[in-house]
Structures are given as structure tokens and as C-alpha cells.
Design a protein around this ligand. Structure first.
Ligand code: NDP
Ligand code: HEM
Length: 493
């Protein structure tokens, strides 16, 4: 290289003469207090870590585009769906749920599938998973559920006992547990899995009509899975198999794609379905609400700086845009609060101004000071720093008001288990599995139950039996066959 490299400077911009030798009194030292560059390098290093996400800490991400292939403007006025052929930039971060930042990638877990669409009317985030349902349907249980997935306070080990104790006491988890323990619970890379918004959201159109909607991202790479034994080999070779695969394939120009589809339910249908369409432990059967094609999502650019663009990415179900709204789903309602709160703690007050989170449209708000106030609100008028004002400052736009939603009901802590069928949909899933899939399901469950007390196992088998007698029988057989059953050292509390 003949070109001179750029001159190295301090963070204040002054040129640096020597970045190899500390400033010392004589060649043997000691160092002088006035070597500010040394102090600053050490001090900066001490601040290189931020809190990891409380869940979904380990992740992989890339940038890309949504290209609209079908017209859905009769359902939504969202600008990103405004015309066939329209492209919108996006970011996807995939993740596992329970593992910490350094966890191995090829572990059995639900995978996060978080998409940020940088639309012309603001950022829209679909913060979903690779499963269409979830373990619980009431957000009051979320912290307890997550405690069972993370480390035991005394042993500092993951506790299968805690997991199965909680699951067996929470039969609404059966659907998700069945998916987690099936082939789909361990994809070899994010490229080979679907994404689901999971919750019911809403669409509203130019006529002010509301529709309930579910989002599906179907992999165009096809489904693949690892068996537990294959995964152990992968982890033995590399703990970073997802990063290698995703980064490597995009770097090689082999861009992964997903077909974006929606299920749409007219607003009034919500009172007619035999299941609660706002229950996150349930899907909408395709026969009732068929998949409608919308577009193609492609990932085609790796981040230049993982920390800046993936670790600092802040996704939140609160981020919707005109034409897309929420629903009465209790879990979704709680998530609307929880994510932005997590970001303020993890990243800082003005996290939305970080380049990766910054909308690609004008931003005019009146939030004022605080850590990271490094950006301008370019309204052209510094005197208009409150609202309302008579200075021509940014003003609300009633044309983007969501149509009103009629709600009713007694305020109470309603029992979410009452009259709720937790078994039919897991049964529909179990029934569509072939014999090989079922055998692996049984074996995976038996492996995950090693060391779990008998009473808890029996309670869970009782639930499997209500899904299908073959389900309970298969797991019972696999438990009996598990070679390393009841090793005392695996019997953690
Ligand atoms: P369908 O036969 O129309 O759909 C079956 C769905 O199951 C397909 O979307 C398929 O996904 C998916 N699937 C296949 N194997 C697995 C697995 N091991 N784990 C998770 N999903 C799998 O039936 P219904 O719509 O009536 O649903 C029946 C059951 O299918 C549900 O109870 C639910 O468990 C599961 N399912 C349903 C979805 C829905 O939105 N209705 C979505 C995903 C799963 P793919 O097309 O990607 O192969
Ligand atoms: C991450 C809370 C349910 C998908 C997180 C984070 C919190 C959280 C606090 C960390 C955010 C951060 O620090 O950036 C909750 C609560 C839930 C819930 C309170 C239920 C009441 C769900 C469900 C899904 C989901 C149902 C999927 C359908 C994700 C994903 C991430 C995440 C994908 C990682 C986002 C990223 O890549 O940055 N959740 N969660 N969560 N959650 Fe949830």
C-alpha cells in the first residue's frame, strides 16, 4: 500500500506521536501520571461492556430489504406496503433466549426473530420468535418463567427441575414445549427457520377498518434441524456456528430470504372463533385464516461493527407505524412497556438516536435532555422546545389516528386457565409429525428431563397423555431407554 494511513488522534482530535511506549521516568519506569493517553486507554477499556440483554443475550444479525410482491392495501394503509415492488430497508437480529452473551449457538432453545423495518413513517419492529406461540399467556408469569430458564441461584447451573416444575404447573406451555422439543427446537442456523410475529397485531386501512393480523416469515432455504448428538459435535467444534453460517453466507453473496405472509381476520370475527384469537399460546388454523403473500425479506449486508449495529440494536413491540396497531393480547400489552424500559436501562435515555435505531425519516419530538443528547431536533426553530407553541414547532397530525377500538368487561384478575383448551392445538401439531419426528420429540424430552424428580415427570406425563396417549407413552419409553438416566451429578435442584 503506497497511500499514507490516516493520522491517529486522541478522542479530542489531537495527533498522537507514540502509541507504543508509555511515558516513563527513565527506560525502566515508573509511568508518569501525565500520560493521559495511557489513562484514557485503560479507562475506556473498563467501559467497553454494557449490560447484556436480560433475555435473548446471544444474537446474530444483518441488514437487508423487504420487497413487496402482493397488494395488501385493502387491509392496511402502512406506507411500506403501499405498492407492489416497493422496497424498505430492514435489520434482523436472531437470538437464543436463555443463553448468556457467550453461550454456544447450537443449543436447544427458542430462537428470537426480531425485525426492524425502517419505514418512511417511522420504525416498525416485529419482535418475534421462530415459533408461532409462547409458553405463557399472562405476562405476570414472565419473570418467573425466565427464572426457570436461567441459572439456579445456588448451583449457578441451568435447572431442568425448575423448568419442568414450572411447565408441568403451567399446561398452557404444552404447545410451545412440544415445538421446542421437536426438530424445530434446534435449527443449524437462522437461515433454516421461520419467523413469526406470534402475537395478534392489527392492520387498519384508509377507510378506518380494522383487521386482526398475524405475521409469518417462511424460510426460503427450507427447514433443517440438528439432533442433540449432532449439536454436541457442532458445539465441540465451534460455539459460534450461527455467526459463522449467517455472516459467511452473506459475505459470500448467498443471501438468505424469507417469504413474508399474513393471516388476516376481520375485526368482528374475534368474538366468533372457538379459541381466543388474542391468546399467545394458540395459532389461528390455516384452514380458517389462510396465509396471504405479502413480500420477500432478504438479508444482504453484514454489519461493519457488531457492537454498534447488533448489540446496540433496540427492538420493541411498541414501535408500530400508521396502518399497524396492537391488540388486546395481554402479553403484547406488557411487552409494549417492557422493551423500551429495558433499552433505557441497557443503552441509555436516547437509545433511539443511535445510528442503528435511528429512523430513516425526519424525527421531530420534544424529549429534551439526558445522557446521549448528542443529536439535534432539526425543526429550524430552537425556540420551539415545548408544545403547543405558536412558533411553528412540530405539531400532531390527526390524519394518522388509529380507528377507535371498542372494549368492555369487568376489571378483575380473570383466571386465564378457566375454560381454556390447552391440549387441542398441541394435539394438532403432534398429529402432523411423522414417526421419525415423534421419536426424536420423545428422545429430546427424555434427555431434557434427566435428573428431574419423579413427581414432576409424572405430572408432565399427565399433560402429554391429555394431548395424546401416544405422546405420554412415547416419552415414558424414551425415559426408560435414556442411557444416562439418573446420574446423580445431573440431579441438580
Ligand atoms: P396446517 O397443516 O395448515 O399447518 C401446519 C403448520 O405446522 C405449518 O405451518 C408447518 O410449518 C408447521 N409445522 C410443521 N412441523 C412443525 C413442527 N415440528 N413445529 C412447528 N411447526 C411445524 O395446520 P394448522 O394451521 O391447522 O395448524 C396445526 C398445527 O400446526 C398447530 O396446532 C400448530 O402447532 C402448528 N403450526 C400452525 C401454524 C399456524 O399459523 N396455523 C404455524 C406454525 C405451526 P411450515 O409451513 O413452515 O412447514
Ligand atoms: C428480548 C421482555 C415475551 C421475543 C426481550 C428483552 C426483554 C423482554 C426485557 C430484552 C430487551 C433488550 O434488552 O433489548 C419480554 C416480556 C415478555 C416477552 C416482558 C412477555 C410478557 C416475548 C415473546 C417474544 C419475545 C412472546 C416473541 C414472540 C423477544 C426477542 C428479544 C426479546 C426476539 C430479543 C430482541 C433483540 O434481538 O434485541 N424480551 N419478552 N419476547 N424478546 Fe421478549
Amino acid at each position: 500500500m503506497t497511500q499514507q494511513p490516516p493520522r491517529m488522534t486522541t478522542t479530542a482530535g489531537a495527533p498522537i506521536a507514540d502509541n507504543q511506549n508509555s511515558l516513563t521516568a527513565g527506560p525502566r519506569g515508573p509511568v508518569l501520571m501525565q500520560d493521559y493517553q495511557l489513562m484514557e486507554k485503560l479507562a475506556h477499556q473498563n467501559r467497553e461492556r454494557i449490560p447484556e440483554r436480560v433475555v435473548h443475550a446471544k444474537g446474530w444479525g444483518a441488514f437487508g430489504t423487504l420487497t413487496v410482491t402482493h397488494d395488501i392495501t385493502r387491509y392496511t394503509r402502512a406506507k411500506l406496503f403501499g405498492a407492489v415492488g416497493k422496497k424498505t430497508d430492514l435489520l434482523i437480529r436472531f437470538s437464543t433466549v436463555a443463553g448468556e452473551l457467550g453461550a454456544a449457538d447450537a443449543e436447544r432453545d427458542v430462537r428470537g426473530f426480531a425485525v426492524k423495518f425502517y419505514t418512511e413513517e417511522g420504525n416498525w419492529d416485529v419482535v418475534g420468535n421462530n415459533t408461532p406461540v409462547f409458553f405463557i399467556r399472562d405476562p405476570l408469569k414472565f419473570p418467573d418463567f425466565i427464572h426457570t430458564q436461567k441459572r439456579h441461584p445456588r448451583t449457578n447451573l441451568r435447572s431442568p427441575t425448575a423448568m419442568w416444575d414450572f411447565w408441568s404447573l403451567s399446561p398452557e406451555s404444552l404447545h410451545q414445549v412440544t415445538i421446542l422439543m421437536s426438530d424445530r427446537g434446534l435449527p443449524p442456523s437462522p437461515r433454516f427457520m421461520n419467523g413469526y410475529g406470534s402475537h395478534t397485531y392489527s392492520f387498519w386501512n384508509d377507510q378506518g377498518e380494522r383487521f386482526w393480523v398475524k405475521f409469518h416469515f417462511k424460510t426460503q432455504q427450507g427447514h433443517k434441524h440438528l439432533t442433540n448428538d449432532e449439536a454436541a459435535q457442532v458445539v465441540g467444534r465451534s460455539r459460534e456456528s450461527y455467526q459463522e453460517d449467517l455472516f459467511g453466507s452473506i459475505e459470500a453473496g448467498d443471501f438468505p430470504r424469507w417469504t413474508l405472509q399474513v393471516q388476516v381476520m376481520p375485526e368482528a370475527d374475534a368474538d366468533k372463533t372457538p379459541y381466543n384469537p388474542f391468546d399467545l399460546t394458540k395459532v389461528w388454523p390455516h384452514a380458517d385464516y389462510p396465509l396471504i403473500d405479502v413480500g420477500v425479506v432478504e438479508l444482504n449486508r453484514n454489519p461493519d461493527n457488531y457492537f454498534a449495529e447488533i448489540e446496540q440494536a433496540a427492538f420493541s413491540p411498541s414501535n408500530v407505524v400508521p396502518g399497524i396497531g396492537h391488540s388486546p393480547d395481554k402479553m403484547l400489552q406488557a411487552r409494549i412497556f417492557s422493551y423500551a424500559d429495558a433499552h433505557r436501562y441497557r443503552l441509555g435515555t436516547h437509545y433511539e438516536a443511535l445510528p442503528v435505531n435511528q429512523p430513516k425519516c425526519p424525527v421531530h419530538h420534544y424529549h429534551k435532555d439526558g445522557a446521549m443528547r448528542f443529536f439535534r431536533n432539526d425543526t429550524g426553530n430552537p425556540d420551539a422546545y415545548y408544545e403547543p407553541n405558536s412558533l411553528g414547532g412540530p405539531a400532531q397530525d390527526p390524519s394518522v389516528a388509529e380507528p377507535p377500538l371498542r372494549l368492555s368487561g369487568d376489571v378483575a384478575r380473570h383466571d386465564h386457565r378457566e375454560g381454556n383448551d390447552d391440549y387441542s392445538q398441541p394435539r394438532a401439531l403432534f398429529t402432523l409429525m411423522d414417526q421419525g419426528q415423534k421419536s426424536r420429540l420423545f428422545a429430546n424430552i427424555a434427555a431434557a428431563m434427566q435428573g428431574v424428580p419423579h413427581a414432576i415427570v409424572e405430572r408432565q406425563l399427565g399433560h402429554f397423555a391429555q394431548v395424546h396417549p401416544d405422546y405420554a407413552e412415547g416419552v415414558r419409553r424414551a425415559l426408560a431407554q435414556a442411557t444416562d438416566a439418573a446420574r446423580p451429578e445431573t440431579a441438580v435442584p
